[in-house]
Write a protein of this length. Structure first.
Ligand code: FAD
Length: 432
């Protein structure tokens, strides 16, 4: 039997039908399109069985799959290493083209270049598109062609370019579901992929409070941020649509979306920042790295209510409010003098919105080792942060129900920890 001529669209961090760039182009090609998702064992093998992100990906794909069924089409789900999967699909189908949206993480770039090599050896065209960001790679660089490492000038250039290109940056027309390959691929169970359903669920985005975002975003008890982060991470919303909406709605909110792109371009240009201080001048810091203190921090038992509430929110929901993320990160690096990489790894394990670029970028920012970071001598006082941003203790009582029964003493006194942090940083800075 002759193999069917088809094109493939490979879903990765773009789990939606609407305004999906590579998918839209795939459907313009002359061949019917098979939408594919690969549960990549190179990643899955590192995750706990009930990983909440896997549940979210699975449920999202299931939903997309259901929407295709009335058109006698379906999503093909595969599990394995990416090259194994592609090798076997190349045997099974007469693939005429592969379409995917770009992913800028170091691991993804390596994976995609191996796939590109495989396809080019077979003479099959591969088309990759910008979709995860408004501006990528070298779209926003300094006049000398080098990447920006400071946020504000990056943001200004981003806004100028956005204004110039706004008319081109329109969402794509709706797709035709008739152009997919007609076949009902069996949708596997989550268990057959090796996972179980998590009790932690991703929240729906909430855009109802964005008008007042600049006034309310720092107060965790108000709960007025957008909850978009996992949706941007997995592409269940289109950044193009969102940015065009945000520019009309609230500039402070748009600035946050620009922070996301800032860190994505930093990671693209400086992939070593995943494992190294962005500023090598800080390589001499003598971290204390005390394991039992790290455990207290992870469990939310530091005796500082705001820190503990944040860590408990993270452990129970896979989410933490941004202001509180800044406070807990500063506490780990400065008060406990634990290397930011430990905190980054813990967040990576727990956060539903874990995004390598934002996580590394923000952790290095909090540690003072990153690009455009907070100066090392600025040490957040967790009690003052609590008075300012949770003055009535609504947020802390939500996550620490025993708070009013007499709360544990702080594991380290603020004034002592602050002086120790500043002295340790000062002694560790390598002057060039
Ligand atoms: P909103 O306040 O509604 O913001 C809207 C969107 O803007 C967010 O969804 C996000 O995409 C982006 N954004 C907002 N703040 C930042 C920021 N500081 N840096 C980059 N993008 C931002 N965000 C992640 O998406 N993944 C991470 O792994 C991550 N790790 C973090 C680690 C630390 C130590 C800190 C301090 C922050 C981290 N952030 C991370 C950034 C920020 O805390 C979250 O994006 C935000 O809290 C998500 O909630 P929201 O969608 O309601 O945010």
């Amino acid at each position: 039997m002759s193999r069917q001529k088809v094109s493939f669209f490979w879903f990765r961090r773009d789990l939606r039908w609407e305004d999906n760039t590579a998918l839209w182009h795939a459907l313009q090609s002359e061949f019917r399109v098979i939408p594919l998702f690969i549960f990549d064992t190179a990643i899955l093998n590192e995750l706990p069985q009930n990983d909440a992100r896997v549940t979210f990906i699975y449920q999202t794909l299931q939903n997309l799959h259901q929407q295709l069924l009335p058109f006698q089409s379906s999503i093909l789900i595969q599990k394995g290493t990416v090259l194994e999967v592609w090798n076997s699909l190349l045997e099974e189908f007469d693939i005429q083209g592969l379409f995917f949206n770009k992913d800028y993480e170091p691991f993804a770039l390596e994976r995609d270049s191996a796939v590109l090599k495989l396809f080019s050896e077979k003479g099959i065209p591969v088309e990759s598109y910008k979709d995860h960001v408004i501006f990528e790679e070298n779209d926003i660089v300094k006049s000398d062609g080098l990447p920006y490492t400071v946020y504000t000038p990056y943001k200004n250039k981003w806004l100028t370019e956005f204004e110039l290109q706004k008319n081109k940056l329109q969402p794509l027309p709706p797709i035709s579901f008739d152009n997919f390959y007609k076949n009902s691929f069996e949708f596997p169970s989550l268990e057959s992929i090796g996972f179980t359903k998590s009790t932690i669920q991703v929240q729906k985005p909430n855009l109802s409070n964005i008008t007042y975002y600049h006034q309310t975003r720092d107060f965790p008890a108000l709960d007025t941020t957008s909850y978009l982060s996992p949706h941007l991470r997995f592409g269940t919303v289109s950044i193009c649509k969102l940015a065009l909406w945000a520019v009309q709605k609230n500039v402070t909110f748009l600035s946050e979306l620009i922070w996301r792109e800032f860190f994505i371009q930093i990671l693209f240009h400086f992939p070593n920042s995943v494992h190294q201080n962005f500023k090598s001048a800080y390589d001499g810091i003598q971290w204390r790295n005390n394991e039992s203190e790290f455990k207290q921090w992870c469990q939310g038992n530091t005796g500082y209510p705001l820190v503990d509430a944040g860590m408990r929110q993270l452990n129970q929901t896979g989410y933490m409010h941004n202001r509180v993320r800044m406070v807990v990160a500063s506490f780990l690096c400065k008060h406990l003098l634990i290397n930011w990489q430990w905190g980054e790894a813990y967040f990576a394990e727990k956060l539903l919105d874990f995004e390598l670029a934002s996580n590394v970028g923000n952790w290095q920012w909090a540690a003072g080792t990153g690009c455009d970071a907070a100066p090392y001598f600025r040490v957040f006082n967790p009690e003052i942060q609590q008075q300012k941003f949770d003055p009535k203790g609504v947020y802390i009582r939500k996550w620490i129900p025993e708070f009013d029964l007499g709360y544990a003493a702080p594991m380290v006194a603020h004034a002592f920890a602050r002086d120790r942090a500043i002295a340790t940083y000062k002694a560790g800075i390598i002057l060039k």
